[in-house]
Design a protein around this ligand. Structure first.
Ligand code: SAM
Length: 287
């Protein structure tokens, strides 16, 4: 009773039946391992009654594990064939299919689309985003969701290992960069367990890891302006802030003046600065 998760042979059979040829462009690698999807659900702390947004449900592997944990799930899938097939899979394998709904659109267009509402609910306000994200749009998908869905307080997703490390990196780390600082605007990020490539079909040529974001109070500042400073500071990684922020500020001298009034050494590189430092620079530029 309850829920029947997808096995590797279910993945093959479903793909065949639907005529799905997994594509790299859409990052279509499907998980056929119950242990892995249950691990993602427990890492995200999903429990009975939670409202979960899933991006890229694919054949439904993670969807079923979320439903098994008692969640209401609203999924966003770009591939029309996959989106159309999901309700039937959920009906056949879970005893409360009315807790699930799916919409077909590009998750990067979250701002312009409505999430589907599971029949058992009157409205859907997600508190969790849980997903095995398509590799090529993972970072923009996370940032878009954090920006447009303020109700999300936990985002826990599987991404390529390097991307997970980059997103959770702290200032001074070799892999600290634009995604790390922008994510830090919205949330505290922490890398989670490694996931072997062998749980996927087809098997990708990289390993994956979980990364979890716990939303924090956003800085009281102009986000667009702060993000421009961040983009400028990292556009030329090897340069000092005085140089890298010159074109944003108008000149190296003006960049230096702004940095000094923000209390930041103009000879540093962007990779040393926290999100609060970037906020201070943005504010100093307006003073
Ligand atoms: N969740 C499934 C699993 O764990 O087996 C599938 C994960 S697969 C890595 C990524 C899924 O995201 C695919 O189903 C793909 O079609 C979908 N996808 C790719 N780009 C997308 C986008 N921009 N918006 C929504 N879904 C997308």
């Amino acid at each position: 009773a309850g829920t029947s998760l997808l096995t590797p042979s279910d993945i093959r059979e479903l793909s065949n039946k639907l005529g799905i040829r997994p594509t790299k462009t859409l990052g279509q690698n499907f998980v056929g391992d119950g242990g892995t999807v249950r691990k993602i659900v427990s890492h995200a702390g999903v429990s009975e009654g939670d409202r979960v947004l899933e991006i890229g449900p694919g054949l439904g592997s993670l969807t079923l594990a979320l439903l098994e944990a008692g969640a209401f799930v609203s999924a966003v899938e770009i591939d029309p064939k996959l989106a159309a097939a999901l309700p039937e899979t959920v009906n056949a394998r879970h005893d409360r299919p009315e807790r699930f709904a799916v919409a077909q659109f590009d998750a990067l267009q979250l701002a312009d689309n409505e999430l589907a509402v599971p029949p058992e609910l009157d409205a859907f306000v997600p508190t969790h985003l849980v997903a095995n994200l398509p590799y090529n749009v993972a970072v923009p998908a996370i940032l878009t969701a954090l920006e447009h869905l303020p109700s999300l307080h936990i985002v826990d997703v599987m991404v390529q290992l390097e991307v997970a490390e980059r997103l959770a990196a702290k200032p001074g780390s070799r892999v600290y960069g634009v995604p790390s600082v922008k994510a830090a605007w919205y949330a505290e990020a922490a890398r989670g367990p490694l996931i072997s490539r062998s749980v996927f079909w087809p098997v990708p040529n990289v390993d994956s890891a979980l990364v979890r974001f716990d939303r924090r109070q956003e800085p009281d500042a102009d986000r667009e302006l702060v993000f421009k400073v961040i983009d400028g500071a990292f556009a030329q990684r090897r340069k000092t802030l005085r140089q890298s922020l010159a074109s944003w500020a108008g000149s190296p001298a003006r960049a230096e003046e702004i940095l000094r009034s923000a209390g930041i050494d103009p000879a540093l590189r962007g990779e040393k600065l926290t999100i609060e430092d970037f906020v201070a620079i943005a504010e100093a530029s307006q003073a």
